[in-house]
Ligand binder design. Structure first.
Ligand SMILES: *Cc1c(COP(=O)(O)O)cnc(C)c1O
Length: 429
């Protein structure tokens, strides 16, 4: 598409956007009575307006039914997670049985590694992306130690080549192959939080399986952002948080995926009563028998309040036609942001902004990570003062993520305009 850096063009794009109406379903942060342009949905998605109502409904259920709420009312809590499973499955390319909402992300990463990281003899290593989100690094390090290994020996990190900021798929695949007999687990992010790179999950999965390893993904920045096909790609397990691209609120519930090929196996797991065979759970018998499917990985009873929030936001995804139409808009919206950032460079007459996120839309989601060469933090603060909220990552990266459910082309145009003005001021150009 031929983009133009003017308001009329941006407005025309918005007018022909069939997803445009969804913006009105969200609450935008304000200061001095004016809404922010919100480009930080990669960190915390906006609040759907229905959030208060769905929480109120569950509070009413609690008030009216108390303990009977587990079995009474329109949506008994005992079975509430099933409603979410239906809506989660298409977002990650899974069957209903393969997904389940539970706990929070890092907790689930640990629980799944208990099942899927089974180091033995020579095969004890985990291969992962260098520069993974710190929580994942800590989780992996501590799992490795838990099994009695030294993280320095047991963890292989794949880094970009010197002078490059994103990973080449060929390098990831080569390192998986080279260390083939020693790798127990291939564990990557779907999209890297810092660079915005979407890894070639299908090829990574295939390469991992070819050397006899288990393959898992942390989809924190991918779920609800890009279409993934966990079942078809044969991914063994995955987990994600729902408060970033899926708008379920701070500390929102996490989702897990376990491929059906693992359902009838005797994988080790850290069990709890909620993962027990559902129809016999309340017999309170000795000896753990897991419920079939991903549900068998549950530990504690249903977290009704966070699930109600996730359910409400999943319904918005469903009414938008799930991930495919959103992704189509997202590709264009992010490409427009890229165009606008490059226009700012042109108008400044210097290469002040360098986008490290891959240029190819197949290698990225909504997010662009932009290195600000000079005075980045001052410029970022200037954007905030102009009602534009992205996020800042030390030492020099501004992350901006236009979200197809609630961002517009006009948002992007106005961001470019403000970025140009703020840059001129701060850089004294
Ligand atoms: C956001 C994020 C987390 C956060 O984990 P919580 O357990 O939800 O606090 C973990 N891993 C990755 C890759 C993330 O992007």
């Amino acid at each position: 598409m031929n983009f133009e850096n003017n308001l009329a063009f941006a407005k025309a794009q918005d007018n022909s956007d069939s997803l445009r109406k969804f913006r009105a379903q969200f609450l935008f942060p304000k200061s001095k009575g004016k809404d922010f342009i919100y480009l930080c949905g990669n960190s915390l998605g906006l609040q759907p307006k229905v959030a208060q109502d769905v929480l109120k409904l569950q509070l009413d259920n609690w008030a009216n039914y108390a303990v009977e709420g587990w079995f009474e009312g329109e949506e008994p809590w005992m079975f509430y997670h099933k409603e979410l499973k239906k809506l989660m499955a298409p977002l990650v390319g899974a069957s209903e049985a393969e997904v389940c909402p539970m706990n929070t992300l890092t907790v689930n990463l640990h629980l799944l590694m208990v099942s899927f990281y089974q180091p033995k003899e020579k095969r004890f290593k985990i291969i992962m992306e260098g520069g993974a989100f710190p929580s994942d690094q800590y989780a992996i390090e501590s799992q490795v130690r838990f099994h009695g290994y030294d993280p320095k020996e047991a963890i292989i990190e794949v880094f970009p080549r010197a002078g490059e900021s994103i990973l080449r798929t060929e390098d990831i695949l080569a390192q998986i192959k080279e260390n083939g007999e020693e790798i127990a687990l291939v564990l990557f992010g779907g999209i890297n939080y810092y660079t915005g790179q979407w890894y070639d999950m299908k090829s990574i999965t295939r390469a991992g399986h070819e050397i006899g390893a288990v393959v898992g993904f942390d989809l924190a920045h991918a779920a609800g952002n890009v279409p993934v096909k966990l079942h078809d790609w044969g991914v063994d397990f995955a987990c994600w948080c729902s408060y970033k691209y899926q708008n379920s609120g701070p500390g929102g519930i996490s989702g897990i995926f376990v491929h059906e090929k693992h359902f009838n196996t005797d994988l080790n797991r850290f069990a709890g009563w909620w993962g027990y065979q559902e129809n016999k759970r309340f017999k309170m018998e000795k000896g753990f028998i897991p419920e079939a499917g991903a549900d068998g990985w549950q530990v504690s009873c249903t977290q009704v309040m966070p699930m109600a929030l996730y359910h409400a936001s999943l319904q918005i995804f469903q009414s938008a036609g799930s991930i495919v139409p959103l992704r189509n808009k997202s590709i264009t919206l992010t490409a427009y942001l890229e165009f606008i950032i490059n226009q700012v460079n042109i108008e400044l007459g210097i290469e002040q902004y360098k986008i490290i996120t891959p240029q190819n839309s197949a290698d990225r989601g909504a997010q662009l990570s932009i290195i600000a060469k000079e005075k980045g933090k001052e410029i970022f603060d200037g954007l905030v003062a102009n009602h534009i909220l992205g996020d800042w990552r030390e030492p020099d990266v501004i992350r901006l993520s236009p979200i197809p459910l609630y961002n517009s082309f006009e948002d992007i145009y106005l961001t470019g305009k403000a970025l140009l003005e703020v840059s001129k001021q701060v850089l004294e150009l």
